[in-house]
Design a protein around this ligand. Structure first.
Ligand SMILES: [Zn+2]
Length: 512
């Protein structure tokens, strides 16, 4: 603590004193030592503003203007400025905890925030749960395009959220589902430290069922040079392999499984290796970590395939902190797990065995939100070696707040979502049926928030987020400004919805 902050504390509650001299509400936890003074965030006309109170000029780099303080006998001078990108960069340099860091093998949760105003709610959930490393900045390039945000926006919004709630215990930043070197460059420039590589376009799902002649042709045509192996060496390594995994589980890969795994994932392994090498050059000395994600494939990843991918990547020098297989069963957006829990448990335990033998690394649960029935299973088998990744569910909680605060706006959003569900659902795993929606037109306003617990309404709202946030008429955005205005004016309703919802996600893992 610096002298300015201890001086404030001697005179009372720092945020209360600063609210008095600024004339605006200062976020209580945001008052933090910085240079010779303190920085803080305040709310002016529902927008965050960066403040500095100190004995002299603010630290170099901050773009702030001196402002006359209101009558007060406090020692110090006041500066105010915007929560701009320029200021966010300086704040991350001045306050190391406001910049993202790697979390290593700690139990972790990714809290994607598509709207850029959810971090304070996420912080509250993480603080209440305890024991979880949070990734507050997380968005895929696809989602950024859909919401018209840049990697800098994603990073800056997390930074301001962390400052607003005074979260000083560290957080991560996940550049999610990256597919190319260009994606990596964009996110590295913005300061991301966690990179999720997605080789989906290089996976050959047909190899599951190709006949032997086709398989042989595909096998011969794999990029062997990039794989730094010959077809014979590969066969020798995997065909007929028998290993006892760390948990005592026996794993066998027969010749046909080895051949199919190579044809299905060989190009993906080569692509991941080249992305990973590119990333290590781009990041240089900066610390970072990697997630391998093969979750977005048509068929579940078998234990043999998981072993094959991990063992090949390891041989090629790739190091990762977490891996997302495509698990058995359905991980649909915004709703609980659909499938046989006993089968999930059996398969998950086998994935854990592979991850502990070839790592240890964490198993990542993508589309991990709302899968309440599998959390205890995952926690039981993987312990803390889990990364739970969520994104769209926070948007749904924002809409829950909208339903509470401005029912007429929610009705318009829902109506639009229902209308566009069929076209927007194509790139998502969902099965909602608009014919099975409750008759929401007849519901009174007070009953609207409960629609956020309805399977069909959740999925309709989930897949239409991009459209809802970006659709325009000649008069401007159809919903975007109105949604943001509710979330800013009634931010406590939003934060409350988020922290309640995420407590249900996090507690099963912390308790394990
Ligand atoms: Zn994913």
């Amino acid at each position: 603590m610096n002298e300015m902050l201890s001086g404030l504390r001697n005179s009372g509650e720092p945020a209360v004193l600063l609210s008095r001299v600024t004339g605006f509400e200062v976020y209580p936890r945001s008052v933090q030592p910085c240079g010779q003074g303190v920085v803080f965030l305040l709310r002016r006309e529902s927008q965050p503003v960066l403040g500095y109170w100190g004995p002299a000029e603010p630290p170099a780099g901050l773009v702030l203007s001196p402002v006359a303080a209101r009558g007060s006998d406090l020692e110090g001078r006041l500066w105010l400025g915007e929560t701009s990108h320029a200021n966010a960069m300086v704040i991350r340099r001045l306050l190391p905890w406001a910049a993202p860091v790697t979390g290593g093998l700690a139990l972790s949760a990714g809290l994607g925030d598509r709207l850029g105003v959810a971090t304070p709610g996420h912080v509250r959930a993480i603080r209440a749960a305890g024991g979880i490393f949070p990734i507050y900045a997380q968005q895929s390039i696809r989602e950024m395009e859909r919401t018209q945000r840049t990697p800098d926006d994603v990073m800056d919004d997390a930074t301001w959220g962390v400052l607003q709630e005074g979260w000083t215990q560290g957080y991560g930043a996940d550049a999610d589902h990256l597919k190319s070197a260009a994606d990596i460059d964009l996110c590295a420039a913005a300061g991301f430290v966690f990179y999720t590589l997605d080789p989906r376009e290089h996976v050959d799902p047909l190899a599951d069922t190709d006949d032997p002649a086709v398989l042989q042709t595909k096998y011969a045509a794999l990029p062997w040079e990039q794989l730094e192996a010959t077809p014979e060496e590969n066969q020798h390594r995997y065909a007929g392999l028998q290993v006892t995994l760390d948990t005592g589980l026996r794993l066998q890969i027969d010749a046909e499984q080895a051949l199919r795994a190579a044809c299905k994932y060989g190009r993906a392994v080569a692509h991941l290796t080249s992305l990973s090498r590119h990333l290590s050059v781009v990041m240089g000395e900066r610390p970072y970590e990697l997630e391998i994600s093969v979750d977005e494939t048509d068929t579940p990843t078998t234990t043999q395939e998981h072993y094959y991918i991990a063992s090949e990547l390891k041989r090629l020098g790739v190091r990762w902190i977490s891996l997302a297989p495509r698990y058995v069963g359905r991980f649909e957006k915004g709703v609980d797990y659909i499938g046989d829990l006993a089968e999930f448990e059996r398969e998950f335990a086998r994935h854990v065995a592979v991850a502990q033998t070839l790592g240890p690394y964490k198993l990542s649960l993508h589309s991990g939100s709302d899968k309440f029935s599998i959390y205890p299973i995952a926690a039981r088998h993987a312990g803390h070696l889990v990364h739970l990744k969520t994104a769209g569910t926070s948007y749904l909680e924002a809409l829950r707040a909208v339903a509470q605060v401005e029912p007429s706006l929610f009705r318009r959003v829902l109506s639009y979502a229902v209308e566009h569900y069929d076209t927007e659902r194509v790139s998502y795993h969902v099965s909602a049926d608009m014919g099975q929606l409750p008759d929401w037109h007849a519901l009174p306003d007070e009953a609207l928030p409960a629609l956020l617990d309805d399977f069909h309404a959740r999925q309709a709202l989930h897949v239409t987020f991009g459209l809802v946030l970006t659709s325009r008429s000649d008069d401007g955005y159809l919903f975007r400004d109105a949604v943001y205005s509710v979330l800013r004016n009634d931010e406590e309703a939003h934060y409350e919805a988020l922290s309640t919802h995420f407590a249900r996600h996090l507690i099963p893992f912390v308790q394990a």
